[in-house]
Design a protein around this ligand. Sequence first.
Ligand code: C5P
Length: 217
Amino acid sequence: MIITIDGPASAGKGTLAKEVAARYGLAYFDTGMIYRAVGLEMYLSHKNLDSEEEAEKVAKDLSFAKMISLSEDADFRSPLGGKNASIVSAYPKVRNTLLKMQQDFAKNPILPDGKIAKGVVYDGRDTGTVVCPRADIKLFITATAEVRAQRRYKEFQSKGLTISYEEVLKDIIARDERDSKRSSAPLKPAEDAFIIDTSLLTIEQVREKVFKIIDSH
Ligand code: C5P
């Protein structure tokens, strides 16, 4: 069973994808992590983020272990980390290099306790369109940029990060622009995706809708 959950930044995909994975005994793959890892590695090793070739080299050297170790850095989930990820993720050579790693995960999906899972929940931007075009269920989770900025702002505040709502909104709009205008795998729902706009919904309402779709499958 493969479920893909795509959508723009801060639409609530991560929380939802983890809940879906836990409920249905599926492994979880946060594909944004691979682009965050490449962007952060470039930044930490002072590589030129404008160079597709440099980014491709870093992508070729990426392993799960390296990604996990980079995820412990404070900038992995910071606004800077998000920006760097969206820059490197626009390079077709980087996307091609990282495609197999994402697809291979479904061949041997492992749960955090080491047991074999019954399938995978992918969370990203292109998992229903490019990574797993034959997924069993595809969801596209979205919300207005303002609502997403508000949610991300609260999250940063709870982590003690000093950033204004306006800055968060500007960053979200810039990321949306880069993610949806890039030539390679632009952010868009798969033709057969269920589109859920969460702007006016609580997390409980979103959960209810999604579980209903999956249960009826
Ligand atoms: O989901 P997250 O915010 O962690 O993703 C970081 C960045 O990685 C996104 O802004 C997007 O540019 C890129 N990304 C992507 N394709 C994916 C997942 C993430 O291009 N499947």
